[in-house]
Ligand binder design. Structure first.
Ligand SMILES: Cc1ncc(COP(=O)(O)O)c(C=O)c1O
Length: 519
């Protein structure tokens, strides 16, 4: 038998013209074919369908759908054809013309009006968010890390994410739970996921909690927003670390609370306050690994902070964003695990452990707060994707979560050691590295403070993009430094980026007599 010729383009394309909207009035004096012609023409003239590939339904289908005879449809189409609105392709059907008549006939052109430029009315709430970005600067997310840019802080190695395993588990949960995963689901979060997380947090973060204290959220930012909205009234005071994770300031501004920055010393957040300072209702901290300075909060500071919170009925928001990646010494227990007064709201995220695009995180709330948190989540966006939550639950219970953390800890430890060695060799004359015990970032202090602007410009020109430490400061006046990320790049890429940076700085030095000045 002769083989059938394959015709891949022959796939039926759905018409993008809204024929359902055509209304034919049988009582009108205007003939039906004229009404049909006019309404299709007006739809085409609206300018939305100038794409030549838009196919019209066949005259048979149109006739059935509109309840008219085929000859009525043919009359309307032949008029559209004669006027150049549609064209026929033998064997394929009728298509919107590539150049519609209105595009080249000026007689019928509508008058163009100059739009009146008035500033849009923006709420005080939107204005108050400390974010200077505009337009497509938002498209790269909070880190601004575009493709081809390296050593950006806070980026995990997402290319190590076990996509195949995830996809297999996802298919399994879909096969097992089917349409149940397509419905609206629990505002608290998937029960299996909450159980799996409670077990993980008790075993590996020394938390003390049960699954009913866990609320699944869309990442750390949402955890902060829900917590702030649940325990703070607008205008009430929150302490935050200074310097701080930039999204914390933005989220807390959105919640309308008063932000009071607190300095960081070698033990963590400084609790001392002047008598005039209002007492905080909430205190945001990153005890495992302060962002961005990398300080691990000392045991003494942890107990002092818990005692302060207990004495003043404040809540502590513990952002445990990257505690899994600790490279020196034994793992430290979470603050939540040593809190005996129900003052700690603990929150974690899968953004660093797995990948940020999942937008999955978890709150461990003091029991008496759980309902308020769930109520807010319900009013906000109901819940995170049930399919992702169920997949994540399987990912944890089948042991992939722990093995991934273990594997990533090893990869990151190697990259970290490599980064430190190469950095000191290539850039040790310009910077002093402050190596933290944990985390995916390292702060490099400039030896010559006046180099800051020059280094900032060069790094942004060459696409090696650490963040200036001052970017994270509110009131803190720290010496100039840059926060480098090392986790998302292979040793080869790390070396290439550092060589590029060192040579760009050297060339700049030669051109501006840096060497002579510094002698
Ligand atoms: C201190 C801190 N918390 C949390 C996160 C992650 O938050 P999310 O879960 O919203 O991605 C980051 C990311 O860099 C961070 O630096």
């Amino acid at each position: 038998m002769p083989k059938r010729k394959s015709r891949p383009q022959k796939r039926r394309r759905r018409s993008i013209i809204a024929f359902e909207m055509i209304r034919l009035d049988r009582t009108a004096t205007e003939p039906l074919h004229e009404q049909l012609y006019r309404q299709i023409r007006d739809e085409l003239k609206s300018g939305k369908f100038s794409e030549g590939s838009s196919r019209l339904p066949s005259s048979r289908v149109l006739a059935i759908e509109r309840g008219v005879s085929r000859s009525t449809v043919r009359l309307a189409l032949s008029k559209l054809h004669a006027e150049g609105y549609v064209c026929s392709k033998p064997g394929s059907g009728t298509f919107v013309a590539n150049l519609l008549p209105e595009s080249f006939l000026t007689a019928d052109q509508p008058r163009t009006y100059q739009p009146i430029q008035r500033p849009a009315r923006i709420s005080d709430r939107a204005r108050a968010i400390p974010d200077k970005r505009a337009g497509n600067q938002f498209d790269l997310g909070a880190t601004g890390a575009g493709p081809g840019v390296s050593l950006v802080a806070s980026i995990p190695a997402v290319d190590e994410f076990p996509i195949a395993v995830w996809e297999r588990l996802r298919a399994q949960v879909l096969a097992k739970k089917g349409v149940n995963l397509l419905r609206y689901s629990s505002n608290r979060g998937d029960v299996d996921l909450r159980k799996a997380l409670a077990a993980y947090l008790c075993d590996f973060r020394a938390a003390r909690c049960h699954p009913d204290q866990i609320v699944i959220v869309a990442g750390m930012q949402q955890a902060m927003l829900i917590s702030a909205m649940a325990v703070l009234n607008p205008g009430e005071t929150t302490w935050i670390e200074d310097p701080c994770y930039q999204q914390t300031r933005r989220v807390l501004s959105l919640a309308g609370v008063k932000i009071v920055p607190k300095a960081i010393d070698t033990q963590g957040i400084v609790i001392a306050r002047s008598p005039k300072e209002p007492l905080p209702r909430m205190i945001y901290v990153t005890p495992s690994h302060q962002f961005p300075l990398g300080v691990t909060m000392s045991f003494q500071r942890r107990t002092d902070l818990l005692e302060f919170a207990r004495a003043h009925s404040a809540y502590i928001f513990e952002d445990d964003y990257d505690a899994e990646f600790r490279f020196v010494g034994p793992p430290l227990p979470s603050l939540q695990g040593i809190d005996n007064a129900n003052r700690v709201i603990y929150a974690g995220t899968v953004s660093k452990i797995l990948c940020p695009s999942l937008r999955l995180g978890y709150i461990v709330a003091p029991e008496q707060l759980v309902d308020s948190f769930v109520k807010i989540r319900s009013a906000m966006d109901q819940h995170s994707s049930p399919i992702d939550q169920a997949t994540m639950a399987r990912f944890i219970t089948e042991g992939f979560f722990l093995s991934h953390i273990k594997r990533m800890r090893k990869i990151y430890a190697e990259r970290r050691d490599f980064f430190i060695k190469q950095f000191n060799e290539l850039l040790g004359d310009r910077f002093t590295l402050q190596v933290p015990e944990a985390g995916l970032n390292i702060v490099a202090w400039l030896k010559r403070e006046e180099d800051f602007e020059m280094v900032k410009n060069i790094t942004s020109e060459i696409g090696v993009r650490p963040s200036g430490l001052s970017f994270f400061c509110i009131q803190a006046k720290l010496k100039p430094a840059f926060v480098f990320g090392f986790a998302a790049w292979t040793p080869t890429q790390i070396r290439e980026s550092l060589v590029k940076l060192a040579s760009a700085l050297r060339n700049h030095g030669k051109n501006s007599n840096y060497g002579r000045q510094s002698r």
